[in-house]
Design a protein around this ligand. Structure first.
Ligand code: SF4
Length: 64
C-alpha cells in the first residue's frame, strides 16, 4: 500500500494525525497533512485506511 495526499484539498482538520499518528502528522505552519510513513503495513496500514474514511476533505488516497 502506498499513500498519496492532496495538500491543496486538505483542510487541516487533523483527523488523519489523530487516527494514524505513526503515518500522518500536520505541518507546523499551515496544519496541512504531512506523511510520515509513505508505505505503512500491519496496524499502521489499518489505521491509514481508517484515516482515509474519516478525512472530511477526501485528501488521502491509497494505491497498491
Ligand atoms: S484528515 Fe484530511 S483534511 Fe484533515 S489534516 Fe488529514 S488529510 Fe487534511
Amino acid at each position: 500500500m502506498r499513500i498519496g495526499t492532496d495538500r491543496e484539498a486538505c483542510a487541516g482538520a487533523g483527523m488523519c494525525a489523530l487516527t494514524a499518528p505513526a503515518v500522518f502528522t500536520q505541518d507546523d505552519d499551515d496544519g496541512r497533512v504531512v506523511v510520515l510513513e509513505r508505505e505503512p503495513d500491519g496496524e499502521d496500514a489499518e489505521a491509514a485506511r481508517a484515516a482515509v474514511r474519516l478525512c472530511p476533505s477526501r485528501a488521502i488516497t491509497l494505491s497498491d
